[in-house]
Design a binder for this molecule. Structure first.
Ligand code: M6R
Length: 347
């Protein structure tokens, strides 16, 4: 049943709609497993979070959460660049690998390299029995069910949910983390249904754009990176995500009337990101705000309630939907984008 389309036209939109269930399943784990991993994180001398593509962006989000919630520094490294950190790998190092497939060659290579240095390995994986699960000391399964569309959607929000839970658990607040994520799940249906028509309309407005920029600050910065990846891989429109504070360091030179800018506006970052939105609007950009409150800096607005530390889980959903409709309106296949494979098993 999970591998069939049912009432949906494509797996991409089916999997986006499944998220209220998949996120809930992602955090249902034996408390002993969560406790063991929490202890490994708290006792490690050096923690590395590694992944590729979307899974890497989940790791970037998590690094903010570990810092804010658990007051813990973790290193976030692209799996393909991990070997450069050889001098910091010891038997006391913990490497947490995040991968939907558990078969990504760059991730497996990094883990084999870490094992040569006797590091401990924890993995967060969706596919049970995959190579990564077999070479890890401990595994947390995402339990998302098969993700058939090449784009990661439900696996991304499950990864975020698990990493959020771990950050809360490291701060001895596991229950608070669970309650927060449950609250998110209860709101996902509304976020989708209240915005789907607006996002379809927005896709029509943006479908001929040469480039789309996405900006965010704080926890919304990794959402901007992930949102850009979603748009480019399925619609083939150039998209770039960056931190709001970086605008003035170069990218603002590219802003003109032809460039739509998506602004992730969390309650925590409102003042500064609105001022960035004003800057790009003043240069003619078409501004699209995603957040809990509209503002005159936005030409178009998508409302998503603010969930604090869980914002990365909810704020990406409208961009997943936007990317889906951009693909449809530009005539590309959302489930099988050109040049991409679901699982990248070559280096
Ligand atoms: O299976 P993995 O999570 O290890 O895959 C990593 C990336 O290849 C994957 O996230 C890729 O970026 C997706 N196409 C993104 O939608």
């Amino acid at each position: 049943e999970q591998a069939k389309l049912g009432v949906f036209d494509h797996f991409m939109i089916k999997e986006i709609n499944e998220q209220k269930f998949t996120i809930k399943r992602a955090i249902e784990h034996d408390p002993h497993l969560i406790n063991n991993i929490t202890e490994m994180i708290n006792n490690a001398f050096g923690v590395f979070l590694i992944g590729c593509g979307t899974s890497y962006y989940s790791c970037v989000s998590a690094s903010y959460l570990f810092s804010k919630v658990a007051k813990k520094h973790v290193n976030v490294i692209l799996a393909s660049e991990f070997r450069n950190y050889e001098n910091f790998l010891t038997p006391k190092t913990l490497v947490i690998a995040v991968s939907q497939s558990g078969e990504t060659a760059d991730v497996l290579d990094a883990i084999k390299f870490a094992k040569k240095h006797y590091c401990k390995i924890v993995s967060i994986v969706n596919v049970m029995g995959s190579t990564l699960t077999r070479i890890s000391d401990l595994v947390i399964l995402m339990n998302s069910g098969p993700e058939i569309c090449v784009l990661s959607t439900k696996s991304h929000t499950s990864q975020l949910a698990i990493l959020t839970l771990l950050a809360y658990s490291c701060a001895d607040r596991l229950n608070d983390g669970k309650l927060l994520i449950q609250k998110v799940c209860d709101n996902i249906d509304n976020i989708i249904h209240d915005n789907v028509e607006k996002l379809k309309h927005l896709a029509n407005r943006l479908k001929d754009s040469r480039s789309v920029f996405l900006i965010g600050r704080d926890l919304a910065y990794p959402s901007a990176l992930e949102g850009a990846l979603k748009i480019k891989e399925v619609s083939y429109i150039h998209a770039e995500g960056f931190a709001g504070g970086e605008l003035k360091h170069g990218t603002i030179a590219l802003i003109d009337e032809a460039v739509p800018v998506v602004i992730f506006c969390t309650d925590m970052t409102r003042d500064l990101i609105i001022s960035n939105a004003m800057e790009v609007k003043a240069r003619g950009a078409y501004t699209i705000g995603i957040g809990s409150r509209n503002n005159e800096a936005f030409n178009y607005f998508i409302q998503v309630p603010d969930f604090g530390d869980a914002n990365p889980i909810t704020m990406i959903i409208p961009v997943q939907i936007l990317a889906y409709y951009l693909a449809l309106q530009r005539g590309s296949d959302p489930d099988r984008p050109r040049n991409l494979a679901k699982s990248v098993t070559v280096k």
